[in-house]
Design a protein around this ligand. Structure first.
Ligand code: ADP
Ligand code: MG
Length: 287
């Protein structure tokens, strides 16, 4: 039986600024993420994604409703021990790796997190080496982070989180500043963390092709959950997604445009290869 790791029930968060103006960033949001799931959170700018990430790591606490992470209820009066445990269980990888890297040598940077957890020295050595191998950066362990490419830096940041052995990792637009190659490197790493180590992944993104790689997609819009389903279910609704300012993967879009011209298909794949195959079959051609 799958165990819930994150449980949000009517979760709300409102920002109030110095002038007393308030913004409801999350409104009565309810969902569950089970241990070992790979969930993409999709939504255009300002839809509340980063607010959700910050609540999961107790950077913020709920204004209403409830949020439980790894068995701990997140609230304003949590004990320091409980906050520590949640932050140990939930690693965060942000958009800009430059803000996340702290040391002048790659391996020292990766050791920083486990050192803060008070892990013994020998164990840290092992974890750092393993984490760097996992993200394919072991050969660069003695390098200076500022000499690395964006994708490499982000992989070092991921290694730093892996070395803390969290149960869950939240990626908040972690590929947004990377070139296509860097994005592909980081995406492959995220997939691997979920497949090989069973780490629960919450991948916040506005790239459709990245969301497709998840087991499930939660679409947020204006602080509310708009869709929650498999990539196939979510991307079927081309018009619905367009209404909330989102695109669909290119292959899906092409099938949609063709169906608008009266060419109907029996299946609705989302990956480009299967879309091409379906179109070719329709016209009696083969690849
Ligand atoms: P996303 O990550 O999806 O772009 P955010 O969670 O950052 O969205 O923001 C959700 C809403 O909350 C937006 O309307 C944003 O302007 C507002 N917001 C975010 N951070 C703050 C803040 N520190 N103070 C006031 N409003 C904020
Ligand atoms: Mg954001």
């Amino acid at each position: 039986m799958a165990e819930p790791f994150i449980i949000a029930e009517n979760l709300s968060y409102t920002y109030t600024d110095d002038e007393g103006d308030s913004t409801e960033a999350l409104k009565n949001v309810s969902f569950t993420v089970n241990s070992g799931e790979y969930v993409a959170v999709l939504g255009h700018n300002g839809s509340g994604k980063s607010t959700l990430a910050k609540l999961l790591n107790v950077i913020l606490t709920p204004s209403g409703g409830s949020l439980t992470v790894g068995g701990h209820k997140i609230h304003a009066d949590m004990s320091e021990d409980d906050v520590f445990e949640v932050r140990r269980d939930v690693g965060m990888v942000f958009q800009n790796p430059d803000n996340q890297l702290v040391a002048t040598i790659v391996e020292e940077d990766v050791a920083f997190g486990p050192e803060n957890l008070g892990i013994p020295r020998d164990e840290i050595r092992m974890r750092v080496d393993d984490a760097l191998k996992t993200v394919g950066m072991y050969e660069h362990r003695g390098a200076q982070p500022h000499r690395l490419s964006g994708g490499q830096k982000q992989r070092v940041a991921i290694a730093g989180v892996i070395a803390m052995m969290p149960k869950c990792i939240v990626f908040d637009e972690s590929t947004a500043m990377l070139d296509p190659r860097g994005r592909a490197e980081v995406m492959a790493n995220i997939r691997k963390l979920n497949d090989d180590f069973g780490i629960t992944v919450l991948h916040i993104t506005h790239y459709m092709d990245e969301a497709v790689m998840a087991d499930r997609i939660i679409v947020v819009n204006d602080g509310e959950i708009y869709r929650d389903g498999t990539p196939k279910e979510v991307f079927c609704d081309v018009e619905g997604l367009r209404r909330v300012g989102l695109d669909v993967p290119q292959g899906r879009e092409l099938l949609y445009e063709l169906s608008e011209c009266g060419i109907e298909f029996d299946d609705n794949p989302i990956d480009i290869e299967n879309c091409a195959k379906l179109i070719l079959e329709k016209f009696g051609a083969q690849k």
